[in-house]
Design a protein around this ligand. Sequence first.
Ligand code: BES
Ligand code: ZN
Length: 622
Amino acid sequence: MTRVLLAAVLLAVSGCSGAGSPPPMPEPPSVPDIHSHARPAEARVTHVSLNLEADFPKRLLRGTATLTVARTPQARTLVLDTQGLRIERVFDQDQHPLPFALRPAEPVLGQALDITLSEAVERVTVQYQTSQDAAALQWLTPAQTSGKSQPYLYSQGQAILTRSWIPTQDSPGIRQTYDARITVPTPLKAVMAAEMLAPGGRDAGQGRRTFEFRMEHAIPPYLIALAVGDLSFRELGPRTGVYTEPAMLESAASELVDLEKMITAAEALGGPYRWGRYDVLVLPPSFPFGGMENPRLTFATPTILAGDRSLVSLLAHELAHSWSGNLVSNATWGDFWLNEGVTTYFENRIMEALYGADRAAMLAVLGRGELARAMQDLPAADTRLQIDLKGRDPDDGMTAVPYEKGAALFHTIEQAVGRDRFDPWLRGYFNRHAFTSITTGQFVTDLQQQLLRGDTALEARLDLQPWLTQPGLPPTAVVPSSPALAEVESEARRFGAGAAAGTLQTAAWSTQQWQHFLEQLRTARLAPAQMRDLDTTLALAASGNSEILFAWLRVAIARQYDPALPAVERFLSSQGRRKFLKPLYEDLMQTPWGQPIARRVYSQARPSYHSVSSGTIDTIVE
Ligand code: BES
Ligand code: ZN
């Protein structure tokens, strides 16, 4: 069936659907998603209505998901994605039970849930509970929080983990609105990536409160997010604020003071911010990512709280996703670079607008360095922007390539046409595709029709295809440069050649300069005496800046520098950010010196990590 035809059929169905509001009729996704069982051309979820209770003693969510379904009259099966869910009952809008069957579990994808539809079915309610080890959810004991007195729960949906706590069609191309009623034990509060109705919630009896939420924009299900804990809130600006545990509120609020300014800068580039509020939830240290762009409520690691706002580019990144990723989303995980590459470019522009070109240039150079190192380590096929994820976990595509090669493409296009032309095109791109999920092909078409406009000389100069389909970085890529980092390189060379640490001109160094300096030293063959000199003179093991500490610990492990081991152990045990854990464990596992250390620390720390991190580290530490 053609898409137009199908849309017409769906429209006809909605027109005669009787009482209640007819479901909206968005177009079905333009391409199949190999990471979902759903068959949206037949029957697709357009809205999710959750009614869930958090059971902390049992570590599970229990309740119902009511799904509004757009379907062809002929559709006989609604196919959902699930993982580890216990399905208790399925019924339609008239409470009539519907036959259902869970297919066998597939690695990575989970279990398809087939629900048999009769012609009259418009809404399907699934009564279910999550498993205790639901991949998306982390249940923290009070000891794992900063307050130490209340438990905590949070979800992480991207890429395909939402199916482990919500039975729905878990594909970024199948956008859904949602609402939710979440019941939690007092005094805990629930927050979601949605508008909170009746702030503070309402009494639900038996020492419980119910919080209500609504997301009126259709979003990919990986962006549905929930957190429950002892949360306090501080207003930062007219549409910004921060949620975190009371003990972290002061430091979080002071780190995030520039949030409102960031939105203003982002709007100048991307067009109006379309989501209403922008709040940040600073999570407990086990959060496996730096940040996650859940709409209206970015989730962030506490490891960005450096005290001097030096790591706020991470917030510029998550904010930028409000345009690239959330407004215009990748249609499949093979198009992931459209989310992260555009965002990494956008992040850099926000940083430039707020903190100047020098800081933006440093970040771009650091990013390019990461890309170069990733390209050395990855199989060639995985250094293409359009990566083939057939039979693989979308997580495999989460390397520096989509981020930094994608951003490099954008910087290169920008330089080829100039900002006068590039910026209006970028804003137009977000508007033309707002609230849709697009493929790399659709991006290329937009670029050709709206920016290149048949300018064959320009097209030839850009030579787009190799960027998307070939390994490596094309020679036409613009090369970022930063005098501030060049200066640091020469200090690193001087130190490597025997200068004393006390003679280094480090007084005015920014965090990014420290990161770059230490990255240079990681591959220098420093002698034990030089390591001791660095350690005692610069005292980096005591740094409260997670990026600087991380970079120092990598140098220390590379040189098998025993005095740093307590700091290595402390760092690996006190936070669960995969970006920090993975390289450190990998470094340790490379030598007979490091292996027993990695094994001992990991066996202790593993229970405190989110499944996203332990899943990765399980493949490293054996
Ligand atoms: N959306 C990503 C996080 C993500 C990607 C989670 C893929 C699961 C699957 C987020 O925007 C991100 O990129 N976070 C980065 C920080 C950023 C500054 C590069 C991270 O967590 O390290
Ligand atoms: Zn991102």
